[in-house]
Design a protein around this ligand. Structure first.
Ligand code: ADP
Ligand code: MG
Length: 648
C-alpha cells in the first residue's frame, strides 16, 4: 500500500473574500508498516492534514492517491467507503459514544454496514483482547480510565481492518505513563503492517517513530526518516465489511439505546403527543354503534310504514315520553291541517290520534290494587302486534297497558277488567275496560318510563262526547304502503312546518350533540397533533445538537448520510410508536369510563374503539412523528464531520 499526497492546498473560508490557507502545498508519500509522527506548533495545520487524509474533509486542492487511485475525485459513496474500510481514526478526546457499552462502541462501524451480529461480536472480542480490554467490554465509557478509553478508541479504529490509522494527538489527554502504554500499542499496530500517522506535540514521542515530519504554517519544514524504509508486504486478512446499509432493526436498536439515556424526556414527549392521538381515536369511535342502536330501537317501536306528525308546539315539547306520545300541551290539529296532510302524495291513509301526559288524576285499578299512570294515548298503525309482549291490540271497549303499569297491577292482567280514571281538561272520566294486551316489556320500556294506558281513538271520542268534551287530535299518523315513500313524506311534512315523532326529534338532538362533541374532539385532535409535531421536531433538533460529536464520530468511522438519517428517523418512529400506544391506552381507559356512564344512563356504549381505529391512531402518530423527525434527521445527516468533531 502506498499513500501519495500531492500538492495539497487547503483554505478555510473565513468570510466572502477572506480565506485562511491552513495547508500550503503538501507533498508526502507513505508506505505500510510505518509509524509516522507529525509534529508542529498548535495551529500549524496538523489536524487539517489528518482530516484531509482521512476523507473527512474533501474540500481541498491537489490530490491524495491510495495505491494510485484518487481519493479526492470520488463520489460521496466512494468516500464513505474509503473512510469505513481504509481509515481508522483515533482522537485526542477519545470520542466514544457515551451511551453505548464498550462492545457496542467498537461494533458500531460494523453495525452501520449490516455485518451479522454474531460476527460483529466475535471480531470485537478478538480486537478487545488485542488491546487488553476483554474484561471491560460491558462497561460504559464513563466507567473507564483515560488510557482504557483510548484503547477502546484504538480497537474501534481497527475493527474494519483499515490500511491507515490516523491518530490526532492520541496521548494528548493522558498522563506520561499511560501515554507510553498507548504509544507501545500504536507501535505494535504499525509493526503489524499498517500505516500509522500520528500527530503529536511532544518531541519525546518521536522516539517511537520510524519517521518524523515537522509542519509549520501549513508547510512541511522537516522530514526525518529514523529507519530505512522497511517495505512490509503483509498479507491482508480478508474480512467481511458488509455491503449493505444500516438495517432498520439495527437503527431501531441504536435509537433505543440512545433514547434510554434520555428516558424521562422521551416519555414526556410521547405522553404529550399522545393527547392528540387519544382525541383522534375517541373522535372516530364516539357514536360508533350509537346510530345503529337508535335506528334499531326506533324500528322496534314504530311501524316503518307510518309517519308520525306533530304540530310545532308553542310550549316546551321537548319532554320525552314513550311510544311517540306528546306532552300535555301539544297543539291540536285542525281540519285544514288534516286536509293538507292527507293530500301529500303516497299517503294512503291518515289516522288521528290523541295522547296526553298528566301527572295527576290518572289512576288504574284492579280489585284492591291501584297505580297512577302518566299517559293516556290512542292506538294507531304505528303500534303493531310486534310491540305487544302479551295479548293483542285492543278492540272497541278494550285497552292495552304498558308493561311497567302491568307489573304494578298484575302480571297476568290480560283479559281482566280494570277501572281507569283520567282527566281531560278539568273533566274527570271513570270507565271500566278489559285489558287486551301489554305494550312492550319491562326490559324495553323500563320502570322509569311513563306508564301508559292505550285506548282506541273512537272509544275516546265517544266517551268525550258523552261529557261534552271536544277532543282534537294532537298527533296524526300518515300510512303508506311502501317504506320507500317514507322519506319523501317525512321531508314534505317537515317542509309544511309540522314536526316528526319525539324519537326523531330526540335522535336529531342526539346526533347534533354527538356532532358537536366530535367537532370539539376534532379541533383538539388537530391542534394537539400540530403541537405534538412541533414538540417532536424541537426534541429531535435538541437531540441532534446534543449528539453532534457522536454524528461526527459515526461519519469518521464510515457512516453515510443515509445511515445517520436513518438513526434519527428511527428515533422519531419510536417516539411516534410510544405516543400512539399511550394514546390508545388512554383512549381505551376513557372508553370504559364513558361507556360505564352512558350504559348506566341510556344502556348504550357510546364509544366503541374498533381495531381499525386503533391501528389508524397509531399510524397517524407514527406518521406525524416521522414527518416531524425528517428535518432534524436531514440536518444531522448534513452535518460537517470535521466541524462536528471540533465541537466541544
Ligand atoms: P493544529 O496543527 O493545531 O491541529 P489545525 O489543523 O486545527 O491546527 O488548524 C490549522 C489552522 O487552520 C489554524 O490556524 C486554525 O485556526 C485554522 N482553522 C482550522 N479550522 C478552521 C476553520 N474551520 N475555519 C477557519 N480556520 C480554521
Ligand atoms: Mg489539532
Amino acid at each position: 500500500m502506498i499513500l501519495d499526497i500531492k500538492n495539497v492546498v487547503k483554505e478555510y473560508k473565513l468570510s466572502r473574500n477572506n480565506k485562511f490557507r491552513a495547508l500550503n502545498g503538501i507533498n508526502l508519500n507513505f508506505e505500510s508498516g510505518q509509524l509516522v509522527s507529525v509534529i508542529g506548533e498548535s495551529g500549524s495545520g496538523k489536524s487539517t492534514l489528518m482530516n484531509v487524509i482521512g476523507g473527512l474533509d474533501n474540500d481541498y486542492e491537489g490530490d491524495i492517491l491510495l495505491d494510485g487511485k484518487s481519493v479526492h475525485n470520488q463520489s460521496e459513496k466512494e468516500l464513505d467507503k474509503y473512510r469505513k474500510n481504509k481509515i481508522g481514526f483515533v482522537f485526542q478526546s477519545f470520542n466514544l459514544i457515551p451511551h453505548l457499552k464498550v462492545l457496542d462502541n467498537i461494533t458500531v462501524a460494523m453495525t452501520l454496514s449490516n455485518v451479522k451480529k454474531s460476527e460483529r461480536i466475535k471480531r470485537a472480542k478478538k480486537i478487545l483482547k488485542d488491546v487488553g480490554l476483554e474484561d471491560q467490554m460491558y462497561k460504559k465509557p464513563n466507567q473507564l480510565s483515560g488510557g482504557q478509553k483510548q484503547r477502546v478508541a484504538i480497537a474501534r479504529a481497527l475493527i474494519n481492518n483499515p490500511d491507515i490509522i490516523l491518530a490526532d494527538e492520541p496521548t494528548g489527554s493522558l498522563d506520561s505513563e499511560t501515554s507510553e502504554q498507548i504509544l507501545g500499542l500504536i507501535k505494535i499496530i504499525a509493526n503489524q503492517g499498517k500505516l500509522v500517522i500520528m500527530v503529536t506535540h511532544s518531541e519525546k514521542v518521536a522516539e517511537y517513530s520510524d519517521r518524523v515530519i515537522t509542519i509549520s504554517d501549513g508547510i512541511i519544514t522537516k522530514d526525518e526518516k529514523k529507519a530505512e524504509d522497511k517495505k512490509m508486504i503483509v498479507g491482508k486478512e480478508k474480512i467481511n465489511n458488509g455491503k449493505q446499509n444500516l438495517s432498520f432493526k439495527d437503527a431501531i436498536g441504536m435509537a433505543l439505546k440512545n433514547m434510554k439515556e434520555k428516558l424521562a424526556r422521551n416519555l414526556l414527549v410521547s405522553i404529550g403527543a399522545s393527547i392528540g392521538i387519544t382525541s383522534v381515536i375517541i373522535m372516530l369511535s364516539i357514536g360508533n354503534g350509537v346510530g345503529q342502536y337508535m335506528t334499531n330501537t326506533m324500528n322496534e317501536y314504530v311501524n316503518p310504514n307510518v309517519v308520525e306528525v306533530h304540530q310545532e308546539s308553542d310550549t316546551d315539547a321537548d319532554d320525552p315520553s314513550p311510544g311517540g306520545i306528546m306532552t300535555a300541551d301539544a297543539k291540536p290539529f285542525e281540519q285544514v291541517d288534516i286536509d293538507q296532510l292527507s293530500a301529500i302524495s303516497n299517503v294512503d291513509k291518515l289516522e288521528l290520534a290523541y295522547s296526553k301526559l298528566s301527572f295527576r288524576g290518572n289512576v288504574a285499578k284492579i280489585g284492591e290494587k291501584e297505580s297512577g299512570f302518566q299517559t293516556l294515548s290512542t292506538i294507531s298503525s304505528n303500534i303493531t302486534s310486534e310491540n305487544i309482549s302479551s295479548g293483542v291490540l285492543p278492540k272497541t271497549g278494550e285497552v292495552m297497558i304498558s308493561a311497567n303499569l302491568a307489573s304494578e297491577l298484575d302480571e297476568n292482567i290480560v283479559g281482566k277488567i280494570i277501572d281507569v280514571e283520567f282527566l281531560i281538561g278539568e273533566t274527570q272520566f271513570s270507565e271500566s275496560f278489559k285489558v287486551s294486551g301489554i305494550f312492550g316489556d319491562i326490559a324495553q320500556n323500563g320502570m322509569n318510563d311513563f306508564s301508559t294506558v292505550f285506548i282506541n281513538y273512537s272509544d275516546l271520542t265517544t266517551l268525550a262526547k258523552e261529557k261534552d268534551v271536544i277532543i282534537k287530535p294532537n298527533t296524526v299518523y300518515l300510512v303508506t304502503d311502501n317504506q320507500d315513500n317514507v322519506k319523501g313524506i317525512k321531508d314534505k311534512v317537515l317542509s309544511m312546518g309540522y314536526t316528526g315523532s319525539m324519537e326523531e326529534k330526540l335522535l336529531g338532538m342526539f346526533t347534533e350533540m354527538l356532532d358537536v362533541v366530535t367537532y370539539i374532539l376534532a379541533a383538539i385532535a388537530a391542534i394537539s397533533l400540530v403541537v405534538s409535531a412541533i414538540m417532536i421536531l424541537v426534541v429531535m433538533y435538541i437531540s441532534v445538537v446534543e449528539r453532534t460529536r457522536e454524528i461526527g464520530v459515526l461519519k469518521a468511522i464510515g457512516a453515510r448520510r443515509k445511515d445517520i438519517k436513518r438513526i434519527f428517523v428511527a428515533e422519531s418512529f419510536l417516539i411516534g410508536l410510544a405516543s400512539g400506544l399511550f394514546g390508545l391506552m388512554v383512549a381505551v381507559l376513557l372508553m370504559f369510563g364513558i361507556n360505564a356512564i352512558t350504559n348506566n344512563q341510556f344502556s348504550v356504549d357510546l364509544v366503541v374503539i374498533s381495531s381499525t381505529y386503533a391501528i389508524f391512531g397509531i399510524l397517524v402518530s407514527v406518521g406525524i412523528s416521522i414527518l416531524a423527525g425528517l428535518a432534524p434527521a436531514s440536518k444531522a445527516a448534513k452535518l460537517d464531520p470535521v466541524e462536528s468533531l471540533r465541537r466541544e
